[in-house]
Design a protein around this ligand. Structure first.
Ligand SMILES: Cc1cc2nc3c(=O)[nH]c(=O)nc-3n(C[C@H](O)[C@H](O)[C@H](O)COP(=O)(O)OP(=O)(O)OC[C@H]3O[C@@H](n4cnc5c(N)ncnc54)[C@H](O)[C@@H]3O)c2cc1C
Length: 464
């Protein structure tokens, strides 16, 4: 194959080659050129970055065990980098399970299925559908990996549904000593309980067996209503719908209310990301903020009238197609889960604060419900919860806004989402988790030298 270069490209290449040969005659520079090139890592929102010494993706279990045994410094497992908090950054080894993917086995009687831990959630729906199964519930995006999602008790909405971690029936964990532990409710039960929400602090999860259900279709219905009326109807909305949530439009009186319910009706035609109701809605609000944020009264009149512009058709499709949204606008996020009964009061206080102080924000507040579980570090341990999240566009400063809202969550004994931004440390967190010590004990036994820690984990777990 012949390669055609323009005169400019030729000159540029000749220049680079000349410069490199001059540098390599200098011994210090020659060493630098030979040194491995560090590749920076950053999370989805861009707020977390690091420059790991090594970025490795073992090809199988033997190689994973070797890497864990031989890596000289700290190790952090990474999924798809969709956590907002600093769970992943390390200057040691960043370990990806991108070669541990796909459906490994399934059981039609128990409706359980085992996946490689690095499987992106977006690939699980079709694989499960092919064997007649589906996940019980899903979050509002499916870009996460399965291991990443369970490590932070990632959740969707629905009073009758737990987070992904609640549906883990078994998992395989590779420890700091290189042991491969098979864990479920009868084998290594203490480790199993802790590892279902581990923040990557116990070792590297290599396989996960999920308790599923038979495949199903969902109907999505969306409408705009007054936030206060939706709050008054919370009991009815959550009782009459399998999945209900709302996106509260700040600086307005309205919210987008959404329900998902099982149906046997045929699927509606697929729609593109641009047509997708939630994105259309967010784009409209973003534009309004750009032009009228300096005129609060005009802004609220326009926002209140926006409901006349938005039009939402019901969508029907396979469950995994309906749960997941496409998020085209980047943001940072803080989310706390408060006891379910405090949800409305907590949300009202946040809305009042934003309005009274005219806090600059335009991303809607997300308001969801999650069922209690029994996992030591799950945000939902021992209590039915209401999860409330505030967001800020990734180019706008989130620190002041989140700092103003966060004390309201504390007032209602909120537990911060492990994968989202917050300022709590171990001292505050242990008071919120009755089974805190159970997790700590398992961590101490499995990783006495803190191979799987980084600065953020040391702070939130209170260990060095
Ligand atoms: C646009 C967007 C939407 C979101 N929506 C939701 C939502 O609806 N509900 C919700 O609850 N959260 C939501 N989140 C948060 C997100 O689900 C969590 O932060 C999740 O943990 C990210 O998964 P990940 O695969 O990107 O993992 P990462 O962020 O890469 O890692 C998360 C944690 O998992 C650990 N980990 C990863 N792989 C392994 C492994 N193999 N073994 C051991 N530990 C491992 C990491 O060390 C880290 O501690 C959202 C985030 C974004 C950016």
């Amino acid at each position: 194959m012949t390669m055609h270069l323009t005169r400019r490209q030729l000159l540029q290449r000749a220049g680079v080659a000349g410069a490199l040969s001059a540098l390599s005659s200098n011994p210090v520079m020659a060493e630098l050129i030979r040194a491995p090139r560090l590749i920076p890592w950053r999370n989805w929102s861009g707020a977390q970055t690091c420059l790991p010494e090594a970025r490795l993706a073992p090809k199988d279990l033997d190689e994973l065990v070797q890497v864990i045994g031989q890596a000289p410094g700290k190790i952090r497992a990474v999924g798809s980098g969709h956590s907002f908090s600093a769970l992943v950054p390390t200057d040691g080894t960043l370990l990806s399970l991108s070669n541990f993917t796909g459906l490994l086995s399934h059981d039609s009687k128990t409706l359980q299925a085992e996946f490689g831990a690095g499987t992106p959630m977006s690939r699980m729906g079709t694989a499960l559908k092919a064997v007649g199964q589906a996940l019980n519930n899903m979050a509002d995006i499916d870009y996460q990996t399965l291991a990443g999602a369970i490590s932070t008790s990632t959740h969707g909405t629905g009073k009758g549904f737990q987070s992904y971690s609640g549906y883990v029936a078994g998992l395989q964990l590779v420890t700091a000593q290189g042991d491969v532990l098979e864990c479920d409710s009868t084998h290594n039960p203490e480790v199993f309980n802790a590892a279902r929400v581990s923040l990557g602090a116990l070792g590297v999860v290599s396989k996960i067996r999920m308790q599923n259900r038979e495949a199903y279709r969902l109907r999505e219905h969306q409408w705009i209503a007054k936030t206060e009326e939706l709050l008054e109807d919370v009991e009815k909305n959550t009782r009459e719908n399998q999945h209900w949530e709302m996106l509260v439009v700040t600086h307005s009186d309205y919210a987008l209310s959404m329900t998902l319910n099982e149906t046997t009706e045929p699927a509606t035609p697929p729609i593109s990301a641009d047509e997708e109701g939630g994105n259309e809605f967010v784009t409209l609000i973003e534009k309004l903020d750009k032009y009228v944020s300096d005129f609060p009264e005009a802004r609220s009149v326009l926002l209140n009238n926006m409901r006349h512009l938005a039009n939402f058709d019901d969508r029907i499709g396979e469950s995994y197609e309906i749960y997941a949204n496409v998020r085209t606008v980047r943001f940072n996020e803080m989310e706390y889960s408060v006891p379910a009964e405090h949800g409305p009061a907590c949300l009202r206080e946040i809305i009042k604060l934003i309005t009274d102080k005219d806090l600059r924000t335009w991303f809607p507040i997300e308001y969801r419900y999650v069922k209690a579980d029994d996992i030591a570090l799950s945000m939902f341990e021992g209590r039915d919860s209401c999860s409330i999240s505030v967001h800020q566009h990734y180019q706008m400063d989130h620190h002041n806004f989140f700092a103003a809202v966060e004390p309201i969550f504390w007032k209602y004994a909120g537990r911060p989402h492990w994968g989202k931004l917050h300022t709590l440390n171990a001292r505050n967190l242990q008071a919120l988790y009755p089974r805190w010590q159970e997790f700590q004990q398992v961590r101490r036994e499995l990783d006495p030298n803190g191979k799987f820690l980084n600065a953020h984990l040391s702070s939130i777990l209170g260990v060095n």
